[in-house]
Design a protein around this ligand. Structure first.
Ligand code: NAD
Length: 428
């Protein structure tokens, strides 16, 4: 099929590459010319495991091209996939500016029939609104709208696109939904078909549930900590119940990234705009905010004060295997300890510099000289395999605060370091 993808971000580029690899003729449009220039040179503009190799392959096949020229892009696709960002605004609602621009562009190029597929995460009612907006500007027979929310995770975006747990399609036209299923016919996952708004709600409810699950285990971890109970034993014990399940029960610095925080705020906003006052959803966000504070307090307690203390921080991205630092808990933690007077030296395996101006030092050990404490903020596997003897010899202090509950406590202690975490106690 002839496909146009709008947006060459984590979702748009991954989707474009996978579709092109399965024989579809794809043009990927982005308004960011720097991004497009890089892609035209064959360079993936962000870190996503396996994506560079796939891009190399599809560029050789000639099934994927990039452009910043709207006319070329919109003329090409019989399927138009919207994958632009929907970032949060101060009031919690997502900023639909990019989506609205894309929509105007689509309406101006509806010379032949197009199936508009919305992958961007948008509030309940948005796809219905897209349908009515387009109907005002163009012949109704020239388009269909399908809400096809994306569930990929950064770090495993390719694998998630090739082997998703499920596919969701919402729409008013059975033919259009069938076309989208055909587009992704290489996927063996079950399809859930519903209304346009139903599909939007599945996406939000899914992310909000995950956020709540993380906040739940973080709250349990704080109670476990007070009772000197190992929260991992508790997570395993409750996770064995199939009604609960073991995934997403790892306590730590909380969730971040470009999806969970924004989708939680967006659903709260959407609920309130219909006169519903949600209780559980805001609580999940409040717990998440309080988690960073708990780790800052723990470090302050361990060091007496953070003023003029030198803190080495491992990890800047919001989770391992991505360079995405949007709403990264690691950055929130760093900002909070800097406000309390700490000097921070950080290292991340792929992030070079954050928008806040934090520069990643060249290697994990280079941040340790004269450090009063080491904080593990993002659980990259390279940190789990650290040479703890070397760490111990380089640091001034002995404190290691594991904000992700992933380090081997025995190895850290054997190197003469003082291991600390929240809710991670040895059995009595
Ligand atoms: P991103 O910020 O990485 O990429 C969005 C891209 O769209 C940018 O490159 C931007 O320049 C481009 N863009 C903006 N306006 C445009 C326009 N009018 N025409 C062409 N290009 C335009 O975003 P992302 O992380 O890929 O997320 C995209 C959407 O998918 C969001 O709604 C997000 O919530 C959702 N989503 C993201 C993930 C994820 O893990 N990143 C997972 C599932 C769903």
């Amino acid at each position: 099929m002839k496909v146009t993808t709008i947006g060459a971000g984590y979702v748009g580029l991954t989707t474009s590459c996978v579709l092109a690899d399965h024989g579809h003729k794809v043009i990927c449009l982005d308004v960011d010319q720097v991004k497009i220039s890089k892609l035209e040179r064959g360079e993936v503009p962000f870190f996503e495991p396996g994506l560079q190799e796939l891009l190399d392959r599809v560029l050789k096949k000639g099934t994927l091209t990039f452009t910043d020229d709207r006319k070329t892009a919109y003329y090409h696709g019989e399927i138009i996939i919207i994958a632009v960002g929907t970032p949060p605004q101060i009031d919690g609602s997502p900023d639909l500016r990019f989506l609205k621009t894309a929509l105007t562009d689509i309406s101006e190029h509806l010379s032949s029939h197009k199936t508009i597929v919305t992958k961007s995460t948008v509030p309940p009612g948005t796809n219905k609104w897209i349908e009515s907006e387009l109907a005002q500007k163009a012949d109704r027979k020239l388009f269909d709208v399908v809400s096809n929310p994306e569930f990929l995770k950064e770090g495993t975006a390719l694998e998630d696109t090739l082997n998703p747990d499920r596919m969701v399609a919402g729409g008013n036209s059975a033919e259009a939904v069938a076309r989208v299923k055909e587009l992704f016919s290489f996927v063996s996952a079950p399809w859930f078909t519903t209304s346009l708004t139903g599909a939007e709600m599945i996406k939000y409810a899914s992310n909000v549930f995950l956020a709540a699950k993380i906040s739940f285990i973080n709250e349990i971890a704080a109670i476990c900590d007070a009772y000197h109970v190992n929260v991992e034993d508790v997570a395993r014990g409750i996770g064995a119940d199939p009604r609960i399940g073991p995934a997403f029960l790892r306590p730590g610095l909380g969730y971040g990234g470009s999806c969970l925080p924004k989708d939680l705020s967006a659903l709260i906003y959407a609920a309130k705009s219909k006169g519903i006052n949600p209780k559980l959803l805001p609580a999940a966000g409040e717990v998440n905010d309080s988690v960073t504070k708990s780790y800052v307090q723990r470090l302050e307690l361990l060091l007496g004060t953070l003023r003029q203390k030198r803190i080495a921080v491992w990890g800047l991205s919001f989770k391992p295997d991505t360079d995405d630092t949007r709403y990264s808990p690691a950055l929130t933690f760093i900002r909070k300890i800097q406000e309390k007077g700490a000097e921070v030296l950080a290292h991340d395996p792929v992030v070079k510099e954050t928008s806040e101006g934090i520069i990643s030092q060249p290697d994990p050990y280079s941040v340790l000289t004269d450090a009063d404490a080491l904080v593990l903020a993002t659980e990259w596997s390279v940190f789990k395999q650290a040479d703890w003897g070397r760490v111990s010899r380089m640091m001034k202090g002995k404190i290691v605060l594991d904000c992700r509950n992933v380090l081997n406590t025995g190895e850290v202690a054997a190197a003469g370091l003082d291991y600390h975490a929240i809710g991670r106690y040895q059995r009595e």
